[in-house]
Design a protein around this ligand. Structure first.
Ligand SMILES: NC(=O)c1ccc[n+]([C@@H]2O[C@H](COP(=O)([O-])OP(=O)(O)OC[C@H]3O[C@@H](n4cnc5c(N)ncnc54)[C@H](OP(=O)(O)O)[C@@H]3O)[C@@H](O)[C@H]2O)c1
Length: 284
């Protein structure tokens, strides 16, 4: 049974399991304008035309580039489109990744997203915790809850959090989703992944394809992935995405791409069925 027609409820909105991550749309290093702005707009429209109704973004992708592209390509937004953003980071003048972890910075981040996306409310915003942040997690969560009560955000998600932080958050609020790094090559978040599966909380792995940051992609160059792809007449990216879909029924994918061909491949990954031999080969 293909996975691509399945939907998962994300903050009360049913969304297709394969969505789109906007991080690859800005220029190199997720900084500055795209190499081909028209192509970036086409990619966004093609994704939505193909049924994508879950797009992950951030004001600090560019900065402002991903959000402005989304707005130009898709506003007024389809009723069923769920835009998910995140707060907790900022960019320096040369593209450095900076923390923006203070409650006031989280609020400024939400406000910047609202303006750039042309929304009165962002359906879901992830609190993206910096692992070395010295700001108390409870203070950050309090800021997010206050913004939800004011109507600036619809629901609160968590990103880059530990299992302990996830559990602590759930004592104070509903958690719409968890967005942490998880892939065939990185299963370090398995305990939190399992907790989300148990709690039926959507888990949205980032770097599902091994990310664009490594010179040698740890997922797409893995021998087991490539051998499985050859045997099943699929691509390595499709194998990686199909494997993730199979890990839990509440996994939602947001692969990032700046290529129309890759977008098509990624959206078709839900049709790929991994047989027993494939799962065995990939389990290592
Ligand atoms: N919460 C967080 O802290 C956080 C961190 C990172 C990312 N994210 C979110 O997660 C999303 C996914 O992560 P990501 O974009 O960094 O990494 P990713 O999806 O693991 O990988 C993106 C890389 O894979 C390539 N790619 C995509 N589709 C491909 C295909 N079919 N065949 C071969 N290569 C392919 C892309 O190149 P091309 O452009 O050439 O296709 C790009 O180099 C992001 O877009 C972002 O929305 C969140």
């Amino acid at each position: 049974m293909p996975n691509d027609t399945d939907t998962v409820v994300l903050a009360s909105h049913p969304v297709r399991r394969i969505g789109f991550g906007a991080m690859q749309l800005p220029g190199p290093g997720v900084f500055g304008p795209p190499k081909d702005r028209d192509l970036a707009l086409v990619i966004l429209r093609r994704a939505v035309d193909a049924g994508v109704n879950h797009i992950d973004t951030a004001q600090f992708y560019g900065p402002d580039v991903a959000n402005e592209l989304i707005r130009q390509a898709l506003h007024p937004y389809p009723d069923d489109l769920v835009l998910v953003s995140k707060v907790g980071a900022a960019r320096g003048a040369s593209g450095e990744w900076l923390g923006a972890q203070q409650p006031a910075e989280l609020r400024a981040g939400v406000e910047a997203n609202l303006v750039a996306l042309g929304l009165d409310q962002i359906p879901v915003v992830n609190l993206r915790r910096h692992p070395e942040s010295d700001v108390p997690f409870a203070d950050q969560l309090g800021a997010m809850i206050a913004m939800r009560e004011e109507g600036l955000i619809g629901s609160i998600g968590l990103s880059n959090v530990s299992l302990e932080q996830y559990r602590a958050a759930r004592e104070h609020t509903q958690v719409a989703c968890v967005q942490n790094s998880y892939s065939l090559a990185d299963r370090s978040d398995q305990a939190l992944f399992d907790a989300c599966r148990h709690d039926a909380v959507p888990y949205v792995p980032f770097f599902p394809l091994g990310s664009a940051f490594h010179p040698e992609n740890p997922v797409l160059t893995a021998p087991a992935v490539n051998e499985t792809a050859r045997r099943l007449d699929a691509t390595p990216a499709q194998v990686a995405l199909a494997w993730l879909l199979g890990q839990a029924p509440t996994v939602l994918l947001i692969p990032g791409t700046s290529s129309l061909d890759h977008l098509g491949e990624n959206l078709a990954a839900g049709d790929l069925v991994l047989d027993h031999a494939a799962l065995q080969a990939l389990s290592g």
